[in-house]
Design a protein around this ligand. Structure first.
Ligand SMILES: Cc1cc2nc3c(=O)[nH]c(=O)nc-3n(C[C@H](O)[C@H](O)[C@H](O)COP(=O)(O)O)c2cc1C
Length: 201
């Protein structure tokens, strides 16, 4: 069983993180969730999902939604400095910032550590553990690209949510699953979301 930090920031594409958490929990892994205040707004707008300022309420909502074991899911406030992933001694196996705003990208690239999302990402970098960023913006400015390059050189995985269409998606869910499959591959978590290239569908 892996423990994965999932950080949701206020970029478009909340559906990716909801599906990612679903599959991680279904596969028996443990998720530590943290989200920004902008994410609360975008989640409500895009998915009709309430990421409450009260993390206990969000945890209960997600336990109901995913029907997982309570010990598989912890939700932390963005200012919770006592959260395990705020320290190298409690660093999780991997961290995914999904979706990742350009603001969060910049803060992580600068090592700001001003909230739990930024701090946990900074911990992953300093501990040389897997940090996956799913940056969402278009077009990218040179600032965005420089931040991504800096982080890629530090070992972070820049996993832009660019769906392929060669699997002939028939729904938004198929497009979401394409991106989530790429994240799960990076996490080395088994999945059956789509046939691999060269395999029969
Ligand atoms: C509906 C909505 C969609 C947004 N989409 C994006 C986006 O795709 N990428 C991005 O960088 N910012 C986006 N933003 C702006 C961020 O939410 C804003 O910069 C915020 O300060 C980011 O804070 P955070 O990084 O703490 O979540 C969006 C905002 C709203 C309200």
């Amino acid at each position: 069983m892996k423990t994965i930090t999932v950080a949701i920031t206020g970029a478009s594409g909340i559906a990716y993180s909801l599906r990612l958490m679903e599959l991680l929990l279904q596969a028996g892994h443990r998720v530590y969730l943290v989200y920004s205040s902008a994410a609360q707004f975008v989640a409500a707008q895009e998915c009709g999902v309430t990421l409450s300022p009260k993390v206990a309420e969000t945890r209960q909502m997600l336990l109901n939604r995913y029907a997982c074991k309570p010990e598989q899911l912890q939700v932390f406030a963005r200012e919770d400095w006592m959260a395990p992933m705020a320290s190298g001694t409690g660093a999780t196996d991997a961290m995914v910032v999904c979706p990742c705003t350009m603001g969060a990208l910049a803060a992580i690239a600068c090592g700001m550590s001003d909230n739990l999302i930024e701090r946990a990402a900074d911990v992953m970098l300093k501990e040389q553990k897997k940090l996956i960023l799913v940056p969402r913006e278009t077009p990218f400015s040179a600032i965005h690209l420089e931040n991504m390059l800096k982080l890629a050189r530090l070992g972070a995985v820049i996993l832009a949510p660019n769906p392929g269409f060669y699997h002939l998606p028939a729904s938004i869910e198929d497009i979401v699953d394409f991106v989530v499959a790429k994240i799960l591959d990076q996490l080395q978590v088994e999945h059956q979301l789509m046939a691999r290239w060269g395999e029969a569908g």
